[in-house]
Write a protein that binds this ligand. Sequence first.
Ligand SMILES: *[C@@H]1O[C@H](CO)[C@@H](O)[C@H](O)[C@H]1NC(C)=O
Length: 149
Amino acid sequence: MMTRALLISLVSCLVTISKARLINRCDLARVLHQEDLDGFEGYSLTDWLCLAFVESKFNISKINENADGSFDYGIFQINSHYWCNDYRSHSENICHTECQELLRPNLLSIIHCAKKIVSGAGGMKNWVAWRIHCSGRPLSYWMTGCRLG
Ligand SMILES: *[C@@H]1O[C@H](CO)[C@@H](O)[C@H](O)[C@H]1NC(C)=O
């Protein structure tokens, strides 16, 4: 019984750590490359890296509450009012996903949803922080030291 209790607390401790997980910049670049975001709708990997940094500081599990009661989820801070359902307030749920799915460490759901967003009108300008901090700026340094292969 003792061992079991210890194991459970160890496991929940590890779960807590992985929930607050930051992804390394070059690891993120590799995942984005694998999922064909390089050049997708005309945006480069550096645009996506800059976006992830200004939105979440590379925090895969970031959740932020907005003044209107909606929430932003994950590394790209995707909004629950339009894109995903979190059962807390009205959602258009355009990405047909639960917002919790957008927090998964493998990033597949959030990349899928981000592709949908960037394919729509306005492209990456849908993210105000990208427009303000990344658009039209030199961004190549985001890939410094990263190898994709
Ligand atoms: C990541 O985001 C979560 C949820 O917003 C937060 O609790 C956690 O402290 C953040 N982690 C880091 C390292 O900033």
